[in-house]
Design a protein around this ligand. Structure first.
Ligand code: GTP
Ligand code: MG
Length: 240
C-alpha cells in the first residue's frame, strides 16, 4: 500500500471539533498502552508521526492523520506530483491514483491514572463517534496478544454493540487486532490462547451472528507482522 503522504491535520476533543471532510476514517481503539499509536506509524511507514510512549495515557485527543490527501493546502507532494514519483516513498506496490483516507488515533481507555472525568469524556466521545460519525468506516479494536481481552475490552465490546445498534450512517466495519505478537511472553501459546479467548468473548458480548464475521488479526508494530492484512481491511472499508 502506497503512503505517499501523511499529514497531521487535527487534534480534536469533542464531536463538534472533528475535522470536516468527505474522506473515510479508520479509528484505532483499545486499552491504554496496547499499541494504537505504534500501529498507526507502522501502517504509514513512519517512525513517529503518532507519539508513542512506554507510559500509558500518552494520546490525549482524537488525532487525525490524512493519508495521501493531496487537496490539503500544505501537502508539498502535490506540487511535485507532475514529476517523477518520490523515491522510496514506500517499498510496497503502489496504485494510481493513491487512495486517500484518514487514520484516527484516539486516547486509550481504562488507565487508572488518568482522572476519572477525562476517562469518562474520552469513552463518551468514542461511543458518540462510533454511533454518529458518517465518515467512520472501520474500527480496529486492539487487544494485547500477551494477555487477551481484559475487563476494559469487555466494556469496549459493549460500547461497540450499543454504537452499532444506534448507528444510522454508512456501515462501520469492526476488526479485532492482537498486538505485540513479537514480545517474548507472546511467543509460547499466548497468541492462540488470546485468539480463542477473544472469539469466546465476542460471541458472548455481541452474539454469535455478529461475532462470526469479525476478523481477528495478529500483528506486531516491531516486526510489521499483519501489516498487509490490516491494509486489506483499510482498502476494502476506507477507500472509495
Ligand atoms: P495510549 O496512547 O497511552 O493509549 O497508548 P497506545 O495504545 O497508543 O500505545 P503506544 O503505541 O504508545 O505503545 C505503548 C508501548 O508499547 C510503547 O512502549 C511501544 O513501543 C510498545 N509497543 C507498541 N507496539 C509494540 C509491538 O508491536 N511490539 C513491541 N515489542 N512493543 C510495542
Ligand atoms: Mg497512543
Amino acid at each position: 500500500a502506497a503512503v505517499r503522504s501523511l499529514d497531521f491535520v487535527a487534534g480534536a476533543v469533542s464531536l463538534q471539533t472533528l475535522p470536516a471532510h468527505d474522506l473515510k476514517e479508520a479509528v484505532f481503539i483499545g486499552r491504554s498502552n496496547v499499541g494504537k499509536s505504534s500501529l498507526v506509524n507502522m501502517l504509514a511507514n513512519r517512525k513517529s508521526a503518532a507519539f508513542v510512549s512506554k507510559k500509558p495515557g500518552k494520546t490525549q485527543q482524537f488525532n487525525y492523520f490524512a493519508v495521501n490527501d493531496f487537496s490539503l493546502p500544505n501537502n508539498r507532494r502535490r506540487q511535485s506530483s507532475g514529476g517523477k514519483k518520490k523515491k522510496n516513498a514506500s517499498s510496497s506496490p503502489s496504485w494510481d491514483p493513491p487512495g486517500s483516507f484518514y487514520l484516527v488515533d484516539v486516547p486509550g481507555l481504562g488507565y487508572a491514572e488518568v482522572p476519572k472525568a477525562a476517562r469518562r469524556e474520552w469513552a463518551d466521545l468514542l461511543e458518540a463517534y462510533l454511533a454518529t460519525r458518517d465518515q467512520a468506516a472501520l474500527a480496529f479494536h486492539l487487544v494485547d496478544s500477551r494477555c487477551g481481552p481484559m475487563p476494559v475490552d469487555r466494556d469496549i465490546f459493549a460500547m461497540v454493540k450499543r454504537s452499532l445498534a444506534r448507528r444510522e450512517g454508512p456501515p462501520l466495519r469492526y476488526v479485532l487486532v492482537l498486538t505485540k505478537a513479537d514480545k517474548r511472553e507472546a511467543k509460547k501459546n499466548a497468541v492462540p490462547d488470546a485468539h480463542d479467548a477473544l472469539r469466546a468473548d465476542l460471541a458472548e458480548h455481541l452474539g454469535d451472528d455478529l461475532a462470526r464475521d469479525i476478523p481477528i488479526l495478529v500483528t506486531s508494530a516491531t516486526t510489521r507482522r499483519g501489516r498487509d492484512a490490516m491494509w486489506r481491511h483499510l482498502k476494502h472499508a476506507a477507500l472509495p
